[in-house]
Design a protein around this ligand. Structure first.
Ligand code: BG6
Length: 303
């Protein structure tokens, strides 16, 4: 049970609204939909968004081999990265698995917390009480996370609130590891990164982005720090996703290309052609949270 002083208050089900808007809670997932047909589906496992449908089209890539049985993080959708991005070799997160534990744990459904005629929001909570004994030992801090997913007619907003509920200061990273579904990666350009410093994990080098229109024509794994504005994904010159961020200074761009075939949970083998990860996060440096302090960051993907 999440004990949080500012736990969001669920909205009681209104019969008239319930007729128009969908909020379905099953044992392992939640489904939201709008009267205009848009929908989103979120597993309690990792609070992972696994589907976002607009105009009858799926907007997220989900591997056909993704494990949805809680045995591993979901390959696709929007896995959550917390409290460490990647794998630390030193410091308080060194014992944790790659990308931390948020994507591995079963989150608590806090309920539907906001609703208008054109949007609907659901919140999830995670605290030490939801972690295995091993994970609690590996990262012994008292924290509270509240994760909100807000579906609108042509956008999806995800928001993370991190609260230090203990007596020890902790450092953290947070990131929304969003797998966007695209018609053909070879037709893509990514815009909004020019002039931004990045670390390339493929070549293990650092540089400043020179491309105003970055093509994706091979493996890419770059951490762009302090990206100033909107990042756009364009297909044949037409913007198909516009990613805006609040308090999330960094953007990771990832596509494993043919290396996808080495991942047991990635399918189909050429599925990398239909995805690009544009990951909004706070990962290029640690964020420090003192006792009783709260941090909040969000991203909105507009179509
Ligand atoms: C990206 C990282 O965010 O996630 C990559 O930059 C990593 O280096 C990728 O390979 C996928 O990670 P995982 O743990 O889900 O296989």
């Amino acid at each position: 049970m999440v004990e949080r002083s500012k736990k969001p208050v669920p909205i009681p089900v209104s019969p008239t609204r319930a007729e128009n808007q969908g909020f379905i809670s099953e044992s392992d997932r939640v489904k939201l939909s709008l009267p205009t047909g848009e929908s989103v589906e979120i597993l309690l496992h990792g609070a992972t968004v696994i589907s976002w449908v607009v105009g009858g089209q799926e907007k997220l890539f989900l591997s056909e081999k993704a494990a949805l049985d809680r045995s591993k993080p979901v390959r696709g959708g929007i896995p959550l990265v917390f409290p460490v991005f990647g794998k630390s070799t030193e410091g308080p997160t060194a014992a944790l698995p790659q990308h931390g534990f948020a994507r591995l744990c079963k989150w608590e459904l806090l309920g539907r917390t906001s609703e208008t005629d054109t949007s609907i929001q659901v919140d999830f909570g995670l605290g030490p009480e939801n972690l295995s004994a091993d994970l609690r030992e590996q990262w012994p801090y008292v924290f509270g996370l509240i994760y909100s997913v807000n579906l609108s007619k042509s956008s999806l907003e995800t928001k993370m609130l991190v609260r230090n509920e203990g007596s020890k200061t902790f450092d953290f990273n947070v990131l929304f590891h969003t797998y966007l579904r695209v018609p053909d990666v070879n037709n893509l350009t990514i815009e909004g990164l020019k002039g931004t410093s990045y670390k390339c994990k493929v070549t293990k080098s650092e540089a400043v982005e020179e491309a105003a229109e970055l093509p994706v024509d091979s493996e890419v794994d770059r951490v762009y720090a302090n990206v100033p504005g909107t990042v756009q994904v364009k297909n044949g010159g037409e913007a198909i996703f516009k990613v805006d961020r609040t308090n999330l200074e960094d953007v990771v761009v990832w596509n494993p290309w043919k290396g996808a075939s080495k991942m047991a949970d990635f399918g189909p083998e050429d599925g990398y052609k239909n995805m690009i990860c544009i990951e909004a996060g706070a990962v290029s440096k640690w964020h420090t949270l003192e006792p009783e302090s709260v941090w909040e960051g969000s991203t909105i993907i507009n179509l």
